[in-house]
Design a protein around this ligand. Structure first.
Ligand SMILES: *[C@@H]1O[C@H](CO)[C@@H](O)[C@H](O)[C@H]1NC(C)=O
Ligand SMILES: *[C@@H]1O[C@H](CO)[C@@H](O)[C@H](O)[C@H]1NC(C)=O
Ligand SMILES: *[C@@H]1O[C@H](CO)[C@@H](O)[C@H](O)[C@H]1NC(C)=O
Length: 376
């Protein structure tokens, strides 16, 4: 997931005046009082990391990995039709966790399968193609069963991130022909997902990329307008809970001092990005609420350029919390489970996007946030 040079060309979206403003959602923060579901598959992948530390006699870092394995919730990515079954597994596991602990669960899911996805970088291109009936397949074979599964599990709460990077590409990458062709069907696809996922147990967050991409002053209004156009197109009084930022990126939530590469941007960290975008969202009648991915935070000085997005030297970030010190931010969460490669880039020996990269997982553990303390 990438960042893009600033000063994007204004988007090719037409925004008609909204017939009536979407009321700011009054329903409650889905993360409040709930445990973000701990994905046992992620814990299992991390077992290799823990054993690597133990083999070196490093019980300190092995213990930190154990903390992540047992306590840190993260989102489940659903990036293809065949991964829809992972929703069933997540539902079963979350019910078991709730019954065992008495703690209400919020299941985090990432809906990520637009046709001609990742149009600007291609590292994460998906299975569906627009020129092969991809939008229709997206609706019928992906969004419909996805929606059916979460609506049926009405005893659980879901937080769903919709289509990381898609709106970023719509707003800033229209000079890339592939993205220009995808802009209209991508808005259509996301609007369809929004319309089908309207349910009391579902909180939707459309992805808003990150501060280094859409946070530049010239991009804020076009971003809010694109979201408004999507939600309006969803029709039927569709609502979203808010927007997700920094998914799979490396920006800090609070930077004590703006890093040099942020070049005077008022969105120099993710908290200030939320605050910069909020008035534009409110002007469009949209809820100014955010969740921010802190699965991996770059260590200070690791990046010279905001555009560095691939397997950056980093540590595990702060585990999920609703204590965000920013009224616009529902929660800090882990959307991208650290340890999977961003692609064959960034670090020597990095495998393809999504493949487990254990040396990287080890690096994340060594540099982990101070709340990640060693467990026996
Ligand atoms: C975990 O992995 C198993 C085996 O690949 C899969 O069947 C299951 O759906 C996965 N669960 C989640 C939550 O991803
Ligand atoms: C609006 O709701 C109706 C009835 O549930 C449904 O048939 C229709 O597809 C929905 N429209 C959109 C745009 O989702
Ligand atoms: C941004 O995302 C990266 C990657 O998941 C994470 O390391 C970093 O902590 C996040 N920063 C913020 C502000 O959420």
């Amino acid at each position: 997931m990438r960042s893009v040079p600033f000063l994007a060309v204004a988007a090719a979206t037409t925004v008609t005046a909204l017939p009536h403003l979407q009321a700011r959602q009054s329903d409650s923060n889905p993360f409040e009082g709930r445990q973000l579901y701990v994905n046992p598959n992620y814990s299992e992948s991390l077992e290799q990391t823990r054993e690597a530390f133990l083999a070196q006699g490093d019980t300190q870092n092995a213990g930190k990995v154990r903390y992540v394995q047992e306590r840190v919730g993260s989102f489940v990515w659903v990036p293809t039709i065949s991964h829809l079954k992972d929703i069933d597994a997540a539902i079963a596991n979350a019910r078991a966790a709730r019954d065992a602990t008495g703690q209400d669960q919020v299941v985090g899911l990432v809906l990520y399968n637009l046709p001609d996805r990742d149009c600007s970088a291609g590292e994460s291109a998906g299975e569906l193609r627009l020129d092969e009936n991809g939008l229709e397949r997206y609706r019928l074979e992906f969004v419909d069963p996805f929606a059916q599964k979460v609506k049926e599990a009405s005893d659980l709460t879901f937080a769903i991130v919709l289509e990381p990077d898609a709106v970023g590409n719509i707003v800033t990458n229209q000079q890339v022909e592939f993205c220009a062709n995808a802009a209209e069907p991508h808005q259509e696809g996301i609007a369809y997902a929004v319309s089908q996922l309207q349910a009391d147990n579902v909180a939707l967050y459309i992805d808003a990329s990150h501060g280094g991409w859409l946070g530049w002053d010239a991009n804020l209004a076009p971003t809010a307008q694109t979201f408004a156009s999507i939600v309006q197109r969803a029709g039927n009084n569709s609502r979203v809970r808010g927007f997700s930022t920094n998914v799979s990126n490396y920006n800090a939530f609070h930077e004590p001092v703006p890093p040099p590469f942020t070049d005077g941007s008022s969105s120099y960290d993710e908290s200030s990005y939320a605050s910069s975008l909020a008035p534009h969202l409110e002007a469009e009648g949209l809820p100014a609420r955010f969740i921010v991915d802190q699965g991996r935070v770059a260590i200070e000085g690791a990046r010279e350029d905001w555009g560095e997005w691939c397997n950056v030297v980093a540590g595990f970030g702060q585990p999920a919390t609703t204590q965000t010190d920013n009224p616009y931010v529902d929660a800090i969460v882990w959307v991208k489970p650290g340890g999977e490669s961003d692609g064959e880039c960034g670090l020597e020996g990095a495998p393809i996007a999504g493949a487990w990269f254990d040396e990287y997982a080890q690096l994340l553990a060594v540099n982990a946030h101070s709340e990640i303390v060693p467990l026996e």
